[in-house]
Design a protein. Structure first.
Length: 335
């Protein structure tokens, strides 16, 4: 067949080349107009690197938060720590309250004698032999914390050393009610720092929780304490529980308040992110009535504390029903 002749029905060669070029150009334009990722459906899209998550608290592992039993020694001076620990399984206790007595620099149990004459030191030693521990609580509702009364130079740190030494305490708690007294705040911070320079001592502050978190005065007190060099490991939030007759999600409102307090604590303690405050928070619901906390409520509290990695759970106020207490006692294991 002659090279200049073509078969019927075929396009001339120049037109065929032009058509192929136009088709290729149209295809490229169409590909550019497709949504991202649709141009090559036969190949799976490259996986995007996940967004960097906020760091979780070191304790947020869904394991139970320890339960800390609170003992008011003014009402129960003969409380038998080892016997109660065997009965309940609770291994950690907070003992209140040590307040100022005598010359203002002498610690004493509210309504009782000073710590050196208290038989509680021997009971704590027996509790420790069982694997437990107890921490004295300074301040509280029935007296003044030593920082408010002990103004003698060196006197406050000596008083704190006396408390720590009397019980060989690894931890002490301050139920602070004098945040507006800046002089007392700074005296306490400097005295704590002096003791912490000499020995390992964990310090917690117990503060009231409001619906919107902590009071501005308590936030300023936490910040001033840190800036003065004292290390506060835990902030224990005293959270009043609404009665079961209250409308809406009672525990949900409390959780909202705890979250607000967590953000305040993070800022006051110089943490990079609010989530880093969770393992520094303990939660102590305060009951006004025996039926204010149900078994379901207790389970929710335990799950909440474990999920957020709280330092511990406790209770104050009226003792709840035995079945409610038993649910919380089961969270008594150490981390």
């Amino acid at each position: 067949m002659s090279r200049h002749k073509r078969e019927p029905g075929t396009l001339p060669r120049p037109l065929a080349l032009l058509g192929a070029l136009l088709l290729a150009t149209a295809t490229a334009v169409a590909i550019r107009m497709l949504p991202a990722g649709a141009a090559a459906p036969s190949r799976p899209p490259a996986a995007r690197p996940p967004a960097t998550p906020a760091p979780l608290p070191a304790q947020a592992d869904e394991s139970p938060a320890a339960f800390v039993g609170f003992v008011d020694l003014a009402r129960q001076p003969g409380f038998d720590l080892p016997a109660e620990s065997r009965r309940t399984g609770v291994r950690r206790y907070a003992l209140g309250h040590l307040v100022a007595g005598g010359d203002g620099c002498t610690p004493r149990w509210s309504g009782a004698a000073g710590p050196r004459r208290s038989p509680m030191a021997g009971r704590i030693a027996r509790l420790r032999a069982m694997g437990g521990d107890a921490a004295p609580v300074l301040g509280g509702p029935a007296g003044r914390e030593l920082a408010a009364t002990c103004t003698r130079p060196g006197g406050l740190s000596a008083a704190y050393r006396r408390v720590v030494g009397a019980f060989d305490a690894a931890e002490i708690d301050f139920e602070v009610r004098d945040s507006a007294d800046r002089a007392a705040v700074l005296r306490r911070a400097r005295a704590i720092q002096a003791v912490q320079r000499e020995r390992r001592l964990r310090v917690s502050f117990t503060l009231p929780l409001r619906h919107d978190g902590l009071t501005p005065g308590d936030v300023a007190m936490l910040r001033a304490t840190r800036q003065a060099g004292a290390e506060v490991a835990t902030v224990n939030l005293l959270a009043p529980i609404e009665p079961r007759t209250a409308r809406g999600a009672r525990l949900g409102r409390m959780a909202t308040a705890v979250r607000a307090a967590g953000a305040q604590i993070a800022r006051a303690q110089g943490l990079a992110q609010p989530g880093q405050a969770w393992p520094r928070i303990a939660l102590t619901p305060v009951l006004a009535g025996r039926a204010d906390l149900s078994e379901s409520d207790a389970r929710k509290l335990a799950v909440y504390a474990a999920h957020h990695g709280l330092a511990w759970l406790s209770l104050r106020g009226v003792t709840p029903e035995p079945d409610v207490s038993r649910i919380l006692w089961r969270t008594s294991s150490y981390r």
